[in-house]
Design a protein around this ligand. Structure first.
Ligand code: SF4
Ligand code: SF4
Length: 327
């Protein structure tokens, strides 16, 4: 049986976007330069912000991401700063191109996990979503990381374009030695939100009946093949308890322009609850995401009710996950 990963005030997570630039143009990319800026964070600022967040949430888990974070030439120094500051774990999210010879400049003792992204079990499906050649580059990156002894995980974002290939990920991941799969629901942010007509399968979400019929079954099959699988519940049954991570968990989604969100679904709007002003982390004044978290709406997650096209469906927090251990 899957266990539900509960939010915990004891577990804090910092998602630090060290830049927003990327070599790919994925059709569902959530990065929104109008809202998140186009800057690359200087190392001194990364170190200072990491220090401030480590003081606020000692022992947090850190995810370094972008854009493509390996495009940042000082990523190894950022990793080592995080280690010095006592972060419980350090993950680098990457599209697999692994720029600046990153695998030779950090060690498996410094980076807990390289987390790759693929949106198909085949090049044909993945490359329609993420761009020509991205499947081969990602698989090659995984192989190179494994050969150097790094632990790896993989993120697969489910859409109409790739749900048929989800179950096939088990054989691919076990063949590559990837230990963990994170299945994600497509967030309608950035490029996905820009496709307002919903004409692109890569930016179309899978409705409730199909999600519930296919995703948990595929997750079980992949776990049975030997991969640790984490996937979002997405839809709640009537009467099922609802909790908003914005109220009970400690997550920080930090962008190079200083915005710090507590909920990723808010990232297309200037409603961040915190922001860095220079080297100070301050609460934002006026209406912000924290005011939304307090609202109780029949649809469950208030941000889904406001910006996501699930109609009157009752939707859980996108940060609430189901977890299936391997085997
Ligand atoms: S989704 Fe990630 S890899 Fe794709 S374009 Fe956006 S930042 Fe780059
Ligand atoms: S996704 Fe919804 S439920 Fe989760 S933190 Fe955001 S607003 Fe709250």
């Amino acid at each position: 049986m899957p266990s539900t990963v509960q939010f915990s005030k004891a577990a804090a997570n910092v998602f630090l976007h060290v830049l927003t630039r990327c070599n790919l143009r994925c059709r569902h990319c959530y990065i929104n330069p109008e809202q998140h800026g186009r800057r690359r964070l200087p190392l001194a600022r990364i170190e200072r912000w990491l220090e401030i967040l480590a003081l606020r949430s000692p022992g947090a888990n850190l995810v370094l991401l972008g854009g493509e974070p390996t495009l940042h030439p000082e990523l190894p120094q950022a990793v080592r700063a995080a280690r010095r500051l006592g972060y419980a774990s350090v993950t680098v999210d990457t599209n697999g191109y692994l720029f600046h010879d990153i695998l030779a400049r950090v060690t498996p003792a410094e980076v807990d996990v390289f987390s790759f992204s693929l949106d198909g079990a085949t090049a044909a499906v993945n490359d329609r979503v993420r761009g020509e050649g991205s499947y081969a580059a990602c698989v090659d990156g995984i192989r190179r990381a494994r050969a150097k002894g790094f632990r790896t995980s993989l993120i697969f974002t489910v859409s109409r374009a790739n749900i048929d290939e989800l179950e096939r990920m088990g054989a691919l991941l076990t063949g590559l030695g990837v230990g963990r799969l994170f299945i994600q629901v497509l967030g309608l942010r950035g490029q996905a939100a820009a496709d307002a007509a919903g004409s692109d399968p890569a930016t179309l979400r899978v409705p409730r009946a199909e999600w519930q019929a296919r995703v948990p079954a595929a997750a079980r099959a992949i776990a049975a093949a030997g991969v640790h699988v984490v996937y979002p519940r997405v839809f709640l049954d009537s009467g099922e308890p609802f909790e908003c991570a914005g109220r009970v968990a400690d997550n920080f989604f930090v962008f190079p322009n200083g915005r710090v969100y507590r909920c990723p679904l808010c990232e297309d709007f200037p409603v961040h609850g915190l922001e860095f002003r220079g080297d100070r982390l301050v609460e934002t004044a006026g209406l912000n995401e924290c005011d939304f978290f307090r609202l109780n709406v029949a649809e469950g997650c208030v941000m889904n009710a406001l910006v996501q096209p699930f109609g009157t469906e009752r939707v859980g927090c996108c940060l609430l996950k189901q977890e299936l251990p391997p085997g």
